[in-house]
Write a protein that binds this ligand. Sequence first.
Ligand code: ATP
Ligand code: MG
Length: 256
Amino acid sequence: MAQTQHKVIAVCGKGGVGKTAVTTLLTRALKGKDETGRLLVVDADPALGLLYALNVRTDKTIGAVRDRVLAAAESGNAGEQCEVADELDYLITSSLQEEKDYAFLAMGHMDSKGCFCSVNKLLREALEQLVDKFDTVLIDGEAGIEQINRQVVEKVNTLVIVTDSSYRGVQTVHHIAGLIEAGNVPACEKVGVLFNRIQGDTRTLEELEKAAGLPVFGVIDFDPVLAQFDAQARSLLDLPDDAVSVKAIEGVLAKL
Ligand SMILES: Nc1ncnc2c1ncn2[C@@H]1O[C@H](COP(=O)(O)OP(=O)(O)OP(=O)(O)O)[C@@H](O)[C@H]1O
Ligand SMILES: [Mg+2]
């Protein structure tokens, strides 16, 4: 597979397994490091969970840009369409929220009203250009892989599949592995599983690897401190260095 200079990491998996928590832990570990370079963190979930976990305050989304493009397309006004097409790069770039040590981009709502394939294509291309302006891109995906698939999948070269110990979580890992095998993540160079929120699972790493059918990037135990931060709506970026989850993510990062 072709080597890419940008690291584009997508975090995916079944609903509720901890994708957003893992993305935040990875952001915490990556930001401000020389090897990371310029970091873009993307919330690809319309529910905007990552926005809250990172405590980012913005109402700008790519979805809003898409609505603007759709409105121009629907207007049938050629002048307006050209204007929006010319401005697209600018519109996308201004959706970025600059935070300390990283830029944040929320995809927002991406409902498809009828078939607007050309609009989606336009947006995907614009997003791809944006991704190229960063050294490291971290994407918190929606449950499953469909949305990442449609939007930025072409550039994803590292896939972190998060699961809990549950049978259904692991079934989703197999499902995603099948999609990768079928070529749905064409630039994928590295894929592995991250077991998260583990409690009372006595399986060895080898046994977990066998169950997942993929290399295991790491195991994060249930972290009461993380759970408490979440319950108190505190940003997971502020987790203490000695939190179980923070320590575990360092080992994961080494494998990415
Ligand atoms: N290692 C962990 N220890 C304790 N609690 C955790 C851990 N990881 C995640 N959680 C908690 O589990 C819940 C679900 O996590 P999270 O929102 O990150 O999942 P998700 O996969 O992003 O969900 P969704 O599919 O809805 O986007 C949250 O309440 C979070 O605080
Ligand atoms: Mg989430």
